[in-house]
Structures are given as C-alpha cells and as structure tokens.
Design a protein around this ligand. Structure first.
Ligand code: GLA
Length: 350
C-alpha cells in the first residue's frame, strides 16, 4: 500500500490517498475524507486496466459535490421520511436535506468528514481500515457511534467492504457504499447498455418524495423485473409511476436472501468491455440508482463532465425509512451490540 497527500481541508488538515494494488495489478485509491473510493482499476476482457468508478481528482470537488461519489454514507443510507423517527418512546428529529426528508445521514453525514486511517496491511491482500466517530446528537441522531470500514482488494479482483459499528446509546445505523460504476472504463458513456441482474422478486415502492409506502411489490411484469439479466436502458423510459417518481431507477430491491448471511445480490455486465461485476452482501436490500440526477455539472477526473446516467450505484443496505416501518427488517443498534456488514464487489470478465 502506498500513501500520498491528496489535498487539504480548509482547516489545514491533510487528506491522504491510499493506493491498494493486488497481485493481479488491479488497484483502488481510497481517501480518508468520506472513506471515498476515488478510483478502481480492473481489467477488461483483454486484460486492459481501466477506472470503473466516477469521482474527482481534488478534495474541493468532493466537499462541494452533491452526488456522494464513492463515499460511505450514513449514519443512515437513503431516506428517513420527514427526518423523524421514534425509538424507545422518544422522538428524534434529524437534519432535513432532501425536500421534506432526511437523506444519506444529513448535510455532512459520514461522507463529508475526515475519517481516521487506523491500520493497513501490505502483505498478502492489501487492506485499509478507516474509522469515524460520530458524536451523540450529530445530525440529530442519538448515541456516539464508532464505525470502522475495512476495504480489502483481494487477489480475485474483489473490493471487499467489512463494516463494524458500536454505540453507547440506542440508535439506528445503516451505512452503505455509494460508488457510481461504469464498467466500460469510459466515464463519458452512459450505463444504459449495461446488463443487470438482481436476485429479488420484489421492491419497496415509494411516494413522490422517494419514501417507501411500506408495501412490498412483486416485480412480475414490471420494468423492475431484473431476475434475468436485462439492459438497464431497455425499460427505463417505460410509462410507469414508480419510474416517474425516481426519474428512472432509484429504488430498493428486496433481496431474496433476506439478509443475515453473505449471498449473491446482483450481476452487472458491460458487453463492450466484457467486464462483469458481481455483488455479494449480507444486507436485506439493494438500492439501484441509475444516476438520474447527474446533469453534466459535476466535472470529474480528467475533466470529464458526468452526464445523466453515466454511472450507477448498487447500494447494499437495510430498506429506506426502516425506522418508521416496523414491518421492515430492523436496524436498531443498542449498547453492547455490534453492527456488521460485508459487501463485495467482485470483478471478472466474459
Ligand atoms: C441515492 C438516492 C438517490 C440520490 C443519490 C445521490 O442513491 O436514492 O435518490 O439521492 O443517492 O444523488
């Protein structure tokens, strides 16, 4: 592992960039600001390494950006309706930062803070462990949470994320990873030709503010049926109220595994480069977001302006708005308990 200075925060603190390179030559660059994956270089079917994630080449852009490129988001990934929830009979009001709702942990959350690079391993498969201590009351959440995320770049070309979290008071914890993937390696292409398969028979439909209604809808005969690999662009413009609300795909799929153990969640394939990404997770839900809000205003690495749908996110997590939906798998964390998540993005070719 190699560590360089990536930039400086306005208060003078340095942001470091850590480069993990595996035996196969694949590499991941991760900064301690937001625990962000800045680049991820994996081979195409001819062995050519290309960067397959959207991102910036300077700290200022990450500070000013609104897309959550490559970050760990939290304390709660995705939305909490009206930013309110009740826990043990007490109501909490979180920061409102998305219309009338709370999104991705609030204005600052976990994605716009400096994490601490705690430890790293150089021998064998390279890994980096980052830690963030979120104080009691931050963005309105109760309890001091200590979250550790370990990134490992395995020799099988997997980017593996192991999360571990604790609290000193009852709270909710549901972090996720927000990389925008574009397997073509050309980050000005759209992802509409990418073929996606999701191991799910249902989704959690949303209202116009993207808050789940609480129901689980079957994917049968809908543009949400990705049980067989289908091009993302094939049905994205179909007339469908849920697609209108999301401005495309921006929904949570209810994974067949139910969560609790590591299982395959999705496969993403780019026919042009032959790159395939298989996602494994122990989470019950997968948010598939087709980059609908990208509009060319974000100028990324090498000056590329990221246009609509030039990257897609597959965010493993609990369902959106779980704190207000008792019927969804729970995410309450109490003192003495440990939150765990493992999610793997595995790269291969076909
Ligand atoms: C998530 C949300 C989207 C959007 C993006 C970030 O995927 O579900 O609605 O907020 O993050 O732009």
């Amino acid at each position: 592992m190699k560590t360089d200075v990536f930039g400086k925060l306005p208060d003078g603190r340095e942001v470091h960039k850590h480069t993990l390179t595996n035996k196969a030559g694949a590499s991941a660059e991760i900064i301690d600001y937001g625990a962000i994956v800045v680049s991820l270089r994996v081979p195409d079917r001819n062995g050519k390494l290309d960067d397959v994630v959207l991102g910036y080449d300077n700290v200022e852009s990450y500070m000013n950006g609104t897309a959550y490129f490559g970050a760990i988001v939290g304390r709660y990934g995705n939305r909490i309706g009206k930013g309110k929830f009740e826990l043990d009979g007490k109501e909490y009001q979180l920061t409102i930062n998305d219309g009338a709702n709370h999104l991705h942990g609030g204005k600052v959350g976990f994605s716009k803070v400096l994490w601490e690079a705690k430890s790293a391993g150089n021998s064998g498969e390279p890994w980096l462990e980052l830690q963030y201590v979120s104080r009691d009351g931050e963005e309105g959440y109760p309890g001091t949470v200590v979250l550790k995320v370990r990134y490992t770049l395995t020799d099988k070309n997997e980017l593996r994320l192991d999360y571990e979290g604790t609290t000193d008071r009852p709270t909710v914890l549901n972090p996720t990873h927000h990389s925008y993937f574009n397997l073509s390696g050309n980050l000005s292409n759209t992802i509409l030709d990418h073929q996606l398969m999701i191991e799910a028979d249902g989704t959690t439909p949303v209202d116009s503010g993207l808050i789940p209604t609480g129901q689980i809808a079957s994917v049968d005969n809908t543009p949400f049926d990705f049980r067989a690999a289908t091009a993302i662009g094939a049905r994205i413009n179909a007339s469908n109220e849920q697609l209108t609300f999301g401005k495309g795909y921006d929904h949570n799929w209810v994974l067949r595994s139910g969560g609790g153990h590591l299982a395959k969640a999705a496969e993403l394939y780019d026919p042009s480069s032959g790159r395939m990404m298989t996602v494994f997770t122990d989470q019950p839900g997968l948010q598939f977001y087709s980059g609908n809000f990208l509009d060319g205003s974000a100028k990324g690495k090498n000056g590329v302006a990221y246009q609509r749908r030039t990257g897609l996110c597959l965010e493993a997590q609990a369902f959106p708005d779980t704190p207000n939906k008792p019927q969804f798998p729970g995410i309450t964390l109490r003192q003495g308990q440990t939150y765990h998540q493992t999610t793997i993005y595995q790269f291969s070719t076909r």
